[in-house]
Design a protein around this ligand. Sequence first.
Ligand SMILES: [Zn+2]
Length: 322
Amino acid sequence: MLLAATMFAGATSASAKTPDGKPFILLLAGRPSHGPGQHEHNAGVQLFAKCLAQGAPQVVTKFYLSAAWPTPEELAQADTILFYADGAGGHPMLQGDHLAQTEKEMKRGAGFVCVHFAVEYPADKGGPQALEWMGGFFEMNWSVNPHWTADYTELPKHPISNGVKPFSTKDEWYYHMRFNDRAGKLTAILSALPPETSVGRDGGRSGNPTVREAVAAKKPQTTAWAYERPEGGRGFGFTGGHFHKGWGNDEQRKLLLNALLWTAKVEVPATGVESKITPEDLDANLDPKGRKPKPPENPAAAPAPGAAPAPAAPAPAAAPAQ
Ligand SMILES: [Zn+2]
């Protein structure tokens, strides 16, 4: 057993994969949080899985919802692991012995992808690991989390950028990440200049003198980045994803799907991972969150009086206030 473990640790590539040799991507969603359409972790990972099935059918994906945790066997097979979840002390990776379990897979070179709040870790737990595995993380009293419209006018030459055109979306684009400046290769994938108004008063996630100075000096801020560890594993951090509708943007969605392949060491197609989704796909699997869905914005789309009523949807269970 010890011999086998040693031999495996000495392998140069992650190449865990499924028993039939297919790349394996694990998508881990956290529990619902925030209001409707925000932090839709469960709907998000299911959308990513659907899109990967379209644009990267050679890859096997499995998702876990609401902070459920995969089996050791699945972790050991994963070529990359994505977290789309609440972060900080509530991060699913920091519960129980999950950090040690994750570390084992990172040591053999598995990919590591964190989306939105999941990029935040306490500086003394998870933060050091995120620096090592992903090259950066959201650190309290250093990074900020404003809502703003980021205008990504150009992307670097990198497999994650394949087929992704410049785009602009309003999101809670965190910036001023804490980056690993000591080892590995860090590539800024998305960078933009936030408005000075996006830096608030000094506070844990709102502002601090360092970020204020950087924005005033018009230093572009990185909101998505790729990282190659010196030992060979790959990581990707993406700070947007507060609003679920952002995944309806073809460029944003393709960027994330490309990153899943890249971190799994699967070749990214020259035109990127192609996926087509409908408004129904985007609305699928949203957590009820104890609120009624918004009425249609276009009254003409509502059923005319006297029209046969649509089958009633089951009433969502009331959720406690958050
Ligand atoms: Zn958010």
